[in-house]
Ligand binder design. Structure first.
Ligand code: URA
Length: 240
């Protein structure tokens, strides 16, 4: 790989900015100052330093974001902020995108990566990757609803949903509101909202708390993200 590409990918700015770094003799490869942008490096074997700091190559990045309301799950948009806008410049990698979509007003766990193969696995309908949501619902959820969802008979615009596991955490009789968890194996458009709607209730707040074997980190403030740990990455890749 070209040295300027390597440095750009590891967060040292645009090719133009990298050229400046090189010109100022701030970069060494295997102990020698290198000034040529097109110098070829072995990104896995060579020891590359910028200002005396070792630069490690990471092809793929995996971030767990606690999505806030008001941002859309896309890489760009003409009018709204996107989840990518929440990523600091130094953490951004080309090709970074959200794995699946959460509605603009949905919060919680969203994985961002530039690993297209893993994203494809997680999003493939065939893989039936579980997603767990917690919701505040207007209306009293009932055992009958649990039954209905467990059979997967709810139809959304002609689409039949797979069986889903509904857990009623609490029902506020006075306000006629329920707090529930719902585990689904698909990712149809507005799926949770429409399933709840199909049994005559309405989602007020929706948060995703798990996806595959990833759990939303309780210490991750809304709007913040962190890289997945090595253990989380392994589990996700091995589908444990
Ligand atoms: N289901 C929804 O209705 N909205 C989401 O954002 C995710 C699942």
């Amino acid at each position: 790989m070209r040295l300027d590409k390597f440095l750009s990918h590891t967060g040292f700015g645009s090719r133009k900015e990298v050229k400046e770094l090189l010109k100022k003799k701030r970069v060494t490869v295997n102990g020698n100052v290198v000034k040529e942008a097109k110098y070829s490096v072995d990104e896995l074997d060579d020891s590359i330093y910028v200002d005396g700091e070792n630069v490690m190559y990471e092809k793929f990045v995996y971030y767990m974001l606690n999505k806030p309301k008001g941002v859309i799950s896309a890489t760009e948009d003409t009018s709204s902020r996107t989840v990518i806008d929440l990523i600091k410049k130094e953490d951004y990698k080309k090709g970074l995108f959200p794995v699946g979509r959460l509605d603009k007003d949905t919060t919680g766990l969203l994985l961002l990566t530039n690993d297209g193969a893993l994203a494809h696995e997680l999003l493939s309908p065939k893989k039936k990757v579980p997603k767990l949501y917690q919701a505040l619902v207007q209306g009293k959820m009932t055992d009958e609803d649990i039954n209905v969802f467990s059979k997967g008979v709810i139809r959304l615009d002609g689409d039949e949903c797979l069986p889903a596991k509904l857990t009623i955490l609490s029902v506020d009789e006075k306000k006629e509101q329920s707090t529930i968890k719902l585990e689904i194996m698909e990712g149809k458009y507005h799926q949770v909202k429409r399933m709840i709607g199909a049994v005559g209730k309405k989602v007020i707040e929706l948060e995703r708390i798990e996806m595959a074997n990833l759990k939303l980190d309780a210490n991750l403030v809304r709007g913040k993200y962190r890289p997945l740990t090595e253990i989380e990455k392994e589990k996700l890749k091995n589908n444990e």
